[in-house]
Design a protein around this ligand. Sequence first.
Ligand code: MOS
Length: 726
Amino acid sequence: MTKTKNTSGVGNAINRVEGHLKVMGKAKYATEFPVENKVYGQAINSTISKGEIISIDTSEAEKLDGVLQIITYKNAEKLKTLEGVRPEIATDTIAPVLQSNKVHYYGEYVGLVVAETFEQAQYAASLVKFEYKEDKSAVIDFEKSKEKAYTPDNGSNYSRGNMQKGLSEADMVVEQTYNTPIEHHHPMELHATIANWDNGKVLAYASQQIVEDATISISATFQIPKKDVRVVAAFVGGGFGSKLNLERHVILAVMASKMVKRPVQVTVTRTQMFTNTGLRQQNEQKMRVGAKKDGTLTALSHETLSHTSTTQEFQEPCGMVSKMLYNVPNNEVTYKLIPMNRQTPFAMRAPGEATGSFALESAMDEMAWKLKMDPLEFRIKNDTQTDLHEEKPFSSRLLVECLRIGADKFGWKDRKAEPRTNAKGNWLIGYGVSAASRNSPYKETHAKVLLELKEEKVYATIQMDATDIGTGSYTIISQTVSEYLDLPEEQVVVELGDSDFPVTPGSGGSWGAASFCNGARAACENAIKTLKNNRNINQKEEIAIAELLKRNQLTKFEAEGMAKPSSEFEDYSIFSFGANFTEVWVDKDTGMYKIKKMVNVGSAGKILNPKTAYGQIIGGLTMGAGMVIAEQTRVEPNFGNFITRSFADYHVPVNLDMANIDVIFLPEEDKIANKMGIKGIGELGITSVAASISNAIFNATGKRMRDLPITPEKLIEAELEEGVKA
Ligand code: MOS
């Protein structure tokens, strides 16, 4: 038996292997596991931004049928608490809750009611009365609190060359500030868990992106051994960063289970998703760009002012793109944070790039306008094959190709340089471009493959604690096993999302595909290698896996494998690149606008499955459009609560808002990045989309929009930019 060319191997556009389960309602999300004897917990939120609880009246709630337990700081178990001043939040951070009568922000959990039914728990929660002593010194207004900003001590400020010198060498300088509001992740599946405490052991079905870190977080918070904690996240209905870390509802559920001695289900409500599961913080980004008349960049600085909570530190790396995207010798990136009485922000949808590239790629467009240069040519002129920040060559960088091919596909040559000159009736038509870069991490990943020979056919089951957050992990891992064992996809079973399986880095930061697939590859290669060694078969001999098992006289066999970055990896800077093109039509009287067309070209290494990859990119483009047209969490300026509390007022794009979308991947395999040549695409899709739309709006209207979201009223009120003819 020789190897066959497998049509379900990597690179093929097969359907999602778990698609059938999903449409049949058989894919189990956190609260869909049939756990017997479970009860329901409903969390209660604070209604002040800062202060103390001075009394709690639970008497009404306790009288209700079905109520089993009411937990507040008074009877909550003592947990490990945060140490130091605002420790940095990470994906495995502890999540203490109900540890004192202090309130740090509006919406913080102050209690949990446990009852036999969901309805009983919800109703009882509404009857628990809290009295507060409010501290009026709460920091809730970003604009009024800027003098409280500090420089985080995390080594992220950066400079090279001499910014002043760079600016003095420039013929033109752009100095502008770009604002992005608080946004929320809002995956379709609410954060939720069913947790059980059984004799010191925890089992939590929980909607998490990284099950390994979830076990660390639970064990560290309760101070129990990690081996006694099992987290299962077989299917995750989106995360967008909000499920990278373990949020406090899981700790509440475990604590409650310990008290009532039954499994406890806690679902975070959509309104609580605003206050208890992270957020993208408001950013004020000041850009300074200097360039020579011929378009050569001489200086670039990127200053970000943002906020964190009063208890933990998170700082979004907005300046990341400005350090490495262009060939600019003088560069400065700085950060400041205002500690505010709001929940701790955390990573959301390309943290750093999504917002940072809005500022950078808007400023680049502004400079091109000043220089009277084509913004596409301006970017190409400043391309670099070396990452000047890392001082390393890029493993591969096809940004210019992305821009050129995209321009051709989009019809960029028809763009009018002068705003307001391309019109159809009342519509002003504009074209915008932006460049995207997103680093491609690759992390140590373990996997186990179990082989079974039945009636001449080999069936393979791969196990790893990787998650599929809607991205297609099941499918691409299945394809990898198909490829490396040379088996049709029907003979491969993928089992994910269980901390009992071999450890992976989970889903996040665009590292999933490269890490998971190389881990699965390593397990398959190890299986073959071991089976050959056992029978002294030359490793180079091509021999089918069924034959190998037979020669070993085995019907069952299992092997583990591990993949991690090689030393070569250290010598290069590894990023995915992309280009975004957008056509918008703006009604010149009402400011209403439509995104008509988008072209996205990506260079992201080996594309494992064009179909799921396409899904990733259109998702990213839609989220990028969301940043521009709608997404914004509003804060009540006196009380510090969010006044956007549901999808009725926190708007996201729907099908009608979206455009004709073309997605192109350049054929590429980056063998420096990893053995399979994979780079990340998860976050590439959203990166720089906002700028391409905003730049198109400028090209249409001559109005430079520097505050997201760009609403029609803001657009009507904006002045024409200098040099634009009315
Ligand atoms: Mo992503 S924001 O690392 O899930």
